[in-house]
Design a protein around this ligand. Structure first.
Ligand SMILES: Cc1ncc(COP(=O)(O)O)c(C=O)c1O
Length: 375
């Protein structure tokens, strides 16, 4: 070992196996249909400026860990938005608007989803209202304002911003484009997930003859992870070993998988992995995740900055990779799994493994990115 060994121990906070695991393709299609998935690809791949994001091999890391290949889907190159979120909110705006130029769309956001909605509205010439909590950085608010959105700062946390968004949207007849589902609000979040499945279509076109043995999926409310499982169902004729990874301060998927029902987490400390700092799994992805994800992992924030730096200085691959905070946990959980022999054996990581990691975002908040990699 060269990159990884210096006495540093990479570790999980928790690792669990889903006792209810049974990957049932028909059940998954009941949540997100083949038609939803195909329509999203057809639309998004025709957008101006569309091109698949790169699939990069972390060849130096796979050598060190004794694995065959590690693939990293680099979403820092997704349109100009530098995050997979560009696929979701913007697609949902298109579906909600149905070609109508007179509607106003609204959303509450921690940043990246709102940027996607604002960008989607701009693409279609629609007005857009974005509600952010007082904890969302000015830089993130500014980025959405620059896309033409009217940005409203709300006192309190994300939930408060969502309540205000729902209130004002109801009063003014604005169309809410939210990525989180609740009872009676399932269709739009489904569109966002359908948008995310474009990543899986591209991956399948990019891996050539290689077979993915393992896939590690970051989860906030679970939308991206659920979408990728639906993408596996649609585009692969086999099922890799599936894992979610979350911050240990907000492991709502892991805790829900443990008990088999949705558990709400009281977040005591906001994780550095801000996009994943979510206290409750969303309804649509839960229906997929509850029996289709095999293992769940939670992590502390400790190795996030270090991992971003190692990706950024080409320690893991031939080329430098700009990876934001939410891109690090896939890499960290893979290294930690390889360092713990019992887990490595259990999940079957070995010299034949081809592991897929999702680099969800680049430097979506540039000041934060610089601060972390220079730590
Ligand atoms: C920027 C960002 N936001 C949010 C998420 C979480 O997605 P979801 O809330 O759909 O689980 C991720 C990745 O997990 C992310 O990278």
């Amino acid at each position: 070992m060269t990159i990884l060994s210096n006495g540093h121990l990479w570790k999980h906070s928790e690792f669990i196996e889903n006792k209810n695991y049974s990957f049932d393709k028909n059940k998954i299609f009941n949540s997100l249909s083949k038609q939803d998935i195909d329509q999203a690809y057809l639309s998004i791949s025709s957008w101006k400026g569309y091109s698949p994001t790169p699939l990069i091999e972390l060849d130096k890391l796979s050598k060190e860990l004794g694995l065959n290949k590690i693939f990293y889907k680099d979403e820092s190159k997704r349109f100009d938005l530098k995050s997979f979120k560009a696929l979701g909110g913007a697609y949902a705006v298109e579906k909600v608007s149905k070609g109508n130029k007179d509607i106003i769309v609204a959303t509450a956001t921690a940043g990246n989803h709102g940027r996607s909605v604002a960008w989607g509205a701009k693409r279609l010439g629609l007005k857009c209202k974005i509600f952010i909590s007082e904890f969302v950085s000015d830089a993130r608010g500014q980025a959405m304002a620059e896309l033409g959105a009217d940005v409203v700062k709300v006192k309190g946390n994300y939930e408060k911003s969502l309540i205000e968004c729902i209130k004002q949207s109801t009063d003014n007849n604005w169309q809410i484009v939210q990525d989180v589902a609740w009872k009676d609000y399932m269709i739009v979040p489904k569109y966002t997930m359908a948008g995310y499945t474009v990543m899986m279509k591209e991956i399948v076109d990019q891996i050539n003859q290689n077979k993915i043995s393992h896939i590690i999926l970051q989860a906030g409310v679970g939308g991206m992870a659920g979408a990728m499982l639906a993408g596996i169902t649609r585009y692969l004729d086999y099922v890799p070993t599936t894992m979610t990874v979350e911050p240990d301060s907000a492991a709502c998927v892991l805790e829900s998988i443990k008990t088999g029902k949705i558990e709400k987490i009281d977040i005591k400390r906001e994780s550095l992995m801000g996009g994943m700092s979510c206290g409750e799994v969303s309804l649509v992805p839960w229906e997929i995740l509850k029996d289709s994800v095999k293992y769940c992992i939670s992590l502390p924030d400790d190795d996030v900055a270090k991992t971003m730096r190692l990706l950024g200085n080409a320690s893991f691959s031939k080329k430098k990779i700009i990876a934001g905070e939410n891109s690090a946990p896939g890499v960290i959980s893979l290294i930690a799994s390889c360092e713990e022999e019992k887990i490595k054996d259990k999940i079957g990581l070995n010299k034949d493994s081809n592991v897929m990691l999702i680099g969800c975002e680049g430097d979506t908040d540039q000041a934060m990115y610089q601060k972390l990699i220079n730590q």
